[in-house]
Design a protein around this ligand. Structure first.
Ligand code: SF4
Length: 286
């Protein structure tokens, strides 16, 4: 018995479909014959399936959040050009550059870069590890309980982070400008990318003394892995500036028994800064 579809000519098929007498199941040979009659052979791709049709730009789906464009970083993307640009910046350019920085992955998880605070006329530069959650929120280094303890430590040796005069002022910052998520330890790649900001801060400030607080700050500045107990009580150097190492205030909150050691470190630093100030005064032309 002959199959019904075999009796369909292409014309019959067109008529039945036009009359709504479908769907009809048609053998492939018949369908191909119909297509060959209705479509020019020179352009067979025109009758391809809809999936192969030329794509048309679709408007964005209304409920799909569109990420805001990232602010353009003023820092060139190549390492050499980046270093060169940072090394020439003034304070305002440096702060704006750090805020726009995306040189490591912390730039995409922070709320804001915590650049530093205090007087740019200060003789003391205090360097900690990295912003915590509260610093990330407020944009200031050393806030909260650890910040209050640092303020008390500074006041004990005649310094004040809110002072403007160079005698009492301090400048406070961190090795890393952006908060590591979950307060995890900074990674070497992050420290390396962030180092030019700190180096330029030190070059602009030209402090008489750097006080490195905590193991991580000491190791990053000095390139050493020695424990703090070994690094304390000595004068180290970073970019030609004397460095004294002591414990981080957050550590002291957990280990108040070490406050006496910190007091000795602060007195040591105070003596060193006073000697440097006296030497500078003696060599200053009248
Ligand atoms: S941590 Fe430093 S290098 Fe990384 S994005 Fe922040 S400012 Fe840039």
């Amino acid at each position: 018995m002959t199959e019904p579809s075999a009796r369909l000519t292409p014309q019959t098929l067109q008529w039945t479909q036009a009359l709504g007498l479908g769907p009809l199941f048609v053998r492939r040979e018949v369908l191909r014959e119909q297509q060959a009659q209705t479509v020019p052979e020179a352009a067979p791709e025109v009758i391809a399936t809809p999936a192969a049709a030329k794509p048309v730009a679709q408007p964005p789906k209304p409920n799909r959040p569109v990420p805001p464009p990232r602010p353009a970083s003023p820092i060139p993307i190549t390492d050499a050009a980046r270093l060169e640009a940072i090394a020439c910046m003034d304070w305002d350019e440096l702060q704006a550059g750090a805020q726009a920085c995306r040189a490591c992955k912390l730039g995409s998880s922070r709320h804001q870069a915590v650049f530093g605070s205090g007087s740019t006329q200060a003789r003391w530069m205090i360097i900690g590890e990295a912003p915590g959650a509260e610093e990330d929120r407020q944009g200031q280094p050393f806030v909260g309980a650890a910040g209050q303890l640092l303020d008390a430590m500074l006041q004990a040796i005649g310094l004040d982070r809110s002072a403007d005069d160079s005698e009492r002022a301090v400048y406070i910052t961190n090795v890393l400008k952006c908060r590591p998520p979950g307060n995890r330890n900074p990674e070497p790649e992050e420290v390396g990318q962030c180092a030019p900001w700190l180096e330029r801060q030190a070059a602009l400030l030209q402090p008489q003394l750097i006080l490195a607080l905590g193991r991580f700050a000491a190791h990053s500045l000095l390139g050493s892995q020695a424990p703090i107990s070994q690094l304390r009580g000595q004068v180290h150097e970073f970019a030609g500036i004397p460095v004294i190492v002591s414990y981080h205030p957050a550590y002291l909150l957990r280990n108040p028994g070490d406050k006496a050691r910190v007091w000795r470190d602060l007195c040591f630093a105070r003596d060193l800064a006073d000697a440097a100030a006296a030497k500078a005064a003696a060599t200053r032309p009248d």
